[in-house]
Design a binder for this molecule. Structure first.
Ligand code: ADP
Ligand code: MG
Length: 561
């Protein structure tokens, strides 16, 4: 885990209130990160300014956010803290993180950034807020319009100051700083310390303490490591299914050679994914361009060789995928260390074809890694995940607002058809045939000791006519999860019942006595979940869970074949 420290300081040791301690606990933070351990006590004393030198992913938001919650006065609804961030994404992220810390304290947080609904921001500001988080340009706007009162500001935070300077916000920042009262506390966070930052500090900060923390990369307990048995020629299909079931997939796919890297990237692009290949033949210019796109998430898939991926500094990957296993265990550890950072759980997936089984055992042994076997999601599972994700996305677009310009057309559409029909037609347009079973290729079950269908272990491209004779039926037969690997169970409980994969496994263990290590490939969706277990355990689990529901409804059953 990123945030383990030798000396075990607790959040309580730092002097936070019971209210914020509870919020921290609810977030699942166990140990303060180094920057948190250093900043929080100083901030709570409220005597000195701070320059914090720390990279992204070190937990800076809580380092200043938690003490702010404790320090601000909930009775005073004129902004007391202003947090300046380089981008709207960061503004929203920081605002949400701070809201998640406030516990029962009645603090209002408002995010102001360009491109968003000005009316809403004005309304929020005029209702009274305690904390304003925003981008320099939009904050300036509000100051100039007289809609942001800075007279009561007691804390100013410059988050990712070097980024803001790089983006040309220096003048805006200085004029914001000049508009705030003189003797407030200032906190400046930055990954690097160019002279310009020292300059700002000299001009605007009082007596300050400088804190620097190194980012640690420790092999990580928060990575869920899974492998799938899959023939070489089915790997692409397996990859697609894995990506389709993950909401907001953001990952690096590792291949062994340049040719494979290009091949996989091209096939993904053909199928409509935003992917790019990165390998030794990619020019420096091109490389920078690709990495910038990946960081901005305008592409969410990077297909790379080990060498090309060296030095990529992206820290919030949802997945690392070993399309091919690396040559040595060390590279494996290095590869998967790119996910599961900063307190988030990452997923490392290895697609293992029969010739690589031995390599896998070596990696497990030498890297002391707990790599569990998973069952690839079936087509129905992929489709329901896709629909779930779409529902979530629609809901969050509605919540985010900013859809005014479509409302007139919406009303016009509703004048002629029922709401259900209009929505269904839009879904059809959006999904096209991407939720048709026939669009998924088949994946053959790996037969131990057998040979790869198609004669050899090599790659074989599947063309349309080949896919044509692999309809949904064939597919379900070959991949129902009901083979010798065990049973796929459907559980009628999901995220809406507050379940996570971990709590589901825990619940099943409690009710049925089947230990977690026998429960594989747990997928928790909105309203239901899937697990894979042996045939015998399947019976135990079905009986235990359904007995508990006293026949009112079926909680667990074999997933449809
Ligand atoms: P930074 O601003 O330094 O890039 P963030 O404040 O955004 O980092 O934190 C990165 C992630 O780590 C967030 O998801 C946050 O919830 C999580 N996090 C922060 N502090 C802790 C902690 N002490 N323990 C576990 N996770 C944490
Ligand atoms: Mg941050």
């Amino acid at each position: 885990m990123e945030f383990t420290q030798e000396q075990s300081v607790t959040f309580r040791d730092l002097g936070l209130s019971e209210n914020t301690l509870e919020a921290v606990q609810a977030k699942g933070f166990v140990t303060p990160s180094p920057i948190q351990a250093a900043c929080i006590p100083i901030l709570l004393k409220n005597e000195r300014d701070i320059i914090g030198r720390a990279q992204t992913g070190t937990g800076k938001t809580a380092a200043f956010g938690l003490p702010l919650i404790d320090l601000l006065d909930e009775e005073n609804r004129t902004p007391q803290a202003i947090i300046i961030t380089p981008t709207r994404e960061l503004a929203l992220q920081v605002a949400n993180e701070i809201i998640s810390f406030k516990g029962s304290k009645r603090l209002q947080v408002c995010a102001v950034y360009g491109g968003a609904n000005m009316r809403e921001q004005l309304r929020d500001l005029s209702r009274g807020v305690h904390i304003v988080v925003g981008t320099p340009g939009r904050i300036m706007d509000h100051i100039q319009r007289g809609t942001l009162d800075l007279s009561q500001i007691s804390h100013v935070v410059l988050d990712e100051a070097d980024e803001m300077l790089d983006m040309g916000f220096r003048d805006d920042i200085e004029s914001i700083l000049r508009s705030t009262p003189e003797n407030n506390r200032m906190l400046l966070f930055s990954a690097t310390m160019p002279p310009e930052i020292r300059d700002i500090a000299r001009k605007f900060m009082g007596d300050y303490e400088e804190i620097a923390v190194q980012k640690q990369h420790v092999a990580n307990a928060s990575i869920d490591q899974i492998y799938y048995d899959v023939y070489e020629r089915d790997k692409l299909e397996a990859l697609v299914r894995i990506m389709e079931t993950q909401k907001d997939f953001y990952g690096i796919i590792f291949c062994q050679t340049k040719i494979d890297t290009d091949g996989v990237a091209n096939k993904l692009i053909e199928r409509g994914y935003s992917a790019e290949a990165l390998h030794g033949d990619v020019s420096q210019n091109q490389r920078e361009r690709i990495l910038a796109k990946f960081k901005k998430k305008s592409i969410n898939i990077l297909v790379a060789t080990d060498v090309a991926a060296r030095g990529i500094d992206v820290n919030d990957l949802t997945h690392v995928i070993n399309y091919a296993l690396p040559q040595d265990p060390e590279s494996y550890v290095h590869r998967i260390g790119r996910t599961g950072r900063a307190g988030k759980t990452g997923i490392a997936i290895s697609l293992v074809s029969p010739p690589d089984f031995r390599k896998l055992s070596t990696i497990k042994r030498i890297a002391k890694s707990e790599i569990r076997k998973g069952t690839l999601p079936g087509v129905q599972e992929v489709i329901s995940a896709k629909l779930d994700n779409l529902k979530e996305e629609v809901t969050s677009i509605i919540e985010a607002g900013n859809i005014d310009k479509y409302l007139v057309t919406a009303e016009e559409l509703l004048a002629f058809s029922s709401p259900e029909d209009v929505v269904a037609a839009l879904l059809k347009m959006n999904l096209a045939d991407s939720i048709d079973e026939d669009n998924f290729g088949a994946i053959s079950e790996v037969v131990p000791g057998g040979r790869e269908p198609g004669g050899k272990f090599g790659r074989r491209d599947r063309d349309r006519s080949d896919r044509g004779d692999r309809g949904g039926d064939r597919f379900r037969k070959s991949f129902s999860g009901a083979g010798r690997e065990g049973e796929r169970l459907f559980i009628a409980l999901g995220k809406l019942d507050n379940l996570t994969p971990r709590t589901l496994v825990e619940l099943i263990r409690e009710k049925s006595g089947v230990p977690g290590r026998f429960i594989n490939d747990v997928k928790v969706m909105e309203k239901f979940s899937f697990i894979s277990v042996s045939e015998r355990d399947a019976d135990r689990i079905i009986n235990a869970l359904n007995k508990d529901a006293k026949g009112k409804r079926t909680i667990a059953e074999r997933s449809q074949k």
